[in-house]
Structure formats: structure tokens, C-alpha cells
Design a protein around this ligand. Structure first.
Ligand code: SF4
Length: 209
């Protein structure tokens, strides 16, 4: 089925601005939605609409976790909120959120990383009030942040204004993301979705298609 036909069928589920952007600029998509086997378990989550977009050359594929240096397969990870004393002991919540990412000069100097703490889990990671912990107990926050920044750089380079990202992922989730407990789902955006939104890229989840 052609992408424009699928788009027409999905029109009610899309914000109008996103629909109009899709016809004029490429759309960033979670690579696993196109059939790329980049998930933590080595599997993919193909979605016919996203696959049609990619087949017609309208999609820019990103997998933030792989971009951040994580392997396939890898232990699943999720977002863990920190208690106040944990924030202090880990030195999180510092005023220099770009610390450690200076080498990514191609991302631009106007990037917004200073997200105020809110209800979004991904925002809390960027503001230093939550961390990414994998099933082995390893803190993989830096890899998740690095991958999100790489994905944003790719989106900007492509001129993308909107993204279709995989729901429930601690990176890509939009409205529902992964918590650190096994199979836990928590309200809010993942690390990449939060970064995209803060930097002017509209995000919808595959489940909204
Ligand atoms: S949901 Fe996002 S981070 Fe996870 S495998 Fe898919 S593209 Fe990669």
C-alpha cells in the first residue's frame, strides 16, 4: 500500500502539522519500526506505515540506543527516578548538562538540554533526577543521552520536523516509557523523545498511527 494512502487513512490520528510536514520533509523514525533488528532482544517491531515511508525514501532511520554505543542484543534498561539524597550523591542535576558531550560539535550550539523537571520521565533524566539502569544493574544513562544527541544531530541534518517513535521504549517512548523494574511502564517520554520535543521536533508514537 502506498504511503500517501496509508497517510490518508491515518489522518485523524495525526496532528495536522505533522501530516503537512510529512509531505515536505523527511520523517525521523525508530529504526526497529522499519524492520531493523536493533532492539535489546535482537528483534524488530515492523509497522506497515513506517515501512512504507522508508520504502518511498521519506524516512530517516535512527536507533538512539545503538547510536549511543550499546550492543545488539543488550540487557533491557529502564528509567529509575532518584531520591533526593541519590541526586546529591551522584552529582546529578548539575548546571552544565552538556558536560561530557563537547565532542559532538556537529549538533549545534543552540540545542536545548536544560529541561525543567516535570512529569515526563525523559525530562527527569536530562535534568539529572532520573537515571537509566539496565537489567544487570549497570547505569547506562550516558549511552542513552549520547544516542539521543546523535539522533537529534541526524534529524537536524536531514531537515526533519517530526518523528514517529516506538512507544514504551526508554529512548523512543512518547507518552509511555520503560521503567527500571522488569516490564514496568511509566508515564512520560523516553530520553530521545523528550530531547526531540524540547528542540522543536514533533513526536508521535507508532501506536498513534
Ligand atoms: S525503540 Fe528506539 S532505541 Fe529501541 S530499538 Fe527501536 S529505535 Fe532503537
Amino acid at each position: 500500500m502506498e504511503a500517501h494512502r496509508i497517510a490518508a487513512q491515518s489522518e485523524e490520528a495525526f496532528p495536522n502539522a505533522v501530516m503537512s510536514d510529512m509531505s515536505e520533509s523527511p520523517v525521523v523514525v525508530s529504526a526497529c519500526l522499519t524492520g531493523e533488528s536493533c532492539r535489546y532482544d535482537g528483534q524488530s517491531k515492523p509497522h506497515p506505515f513506517v515501512q512504507a515511508l522508508a520504502a518511498q525514501g521519506h524516512a530517516v532511520l535512527v536507533c538512539p540506543e545503538v547510536l549511543g554505543g550499546l550492543a545488539v542484543p543488550r540487557p533491557p534498561a529502564g528509567i529509575k527516578m532518584l531520591a533526593d539524597d541519590e541526586i546529591n550523591s551522584q552529582g546529578s542535576g548539575e548546571a552544565m548538562p552538556m558536560s561530557g558531550y563537547e565532542e559532538m560539535s556537529d549538533i549545534g550550539s543552540d540545542i536545548t538540554l536544560d529541561m525543567p523537571p516535570g512529569s515526563s520521565a525523559g525530562q527527569l533524566v536530562w535534568s539529572g533526577r532520573a537515571r537509566l539502569i539496565n537489567r544487570s544493574g549497570t547505569d547506562v544513562t550516558d549511552a542513552y543521552k549520547r544516542g539521543a544527541l546523535c539522533a537529534l544531530a541526524i534529524a537536524r541534518q536531514a531537515g526533519a520536523k517530526c518523528a514517529i517513535l516506538k512507544q514504551h521504549s526508554p529512548s523512543c517512548g512518547c507518552g509511555s516509557t520503560g521503567g527500571a523494574e522488569p516490564w514496568e511502564r511509566i508515564k512520560g517520554d523516553g530520553v530521545t523523545a523528550a530531547l526531540f520535543k524540547a528542540n522543536g521536533i514533533a513526536v508521535i508514537s507508532d501506536e498513534a498511527l
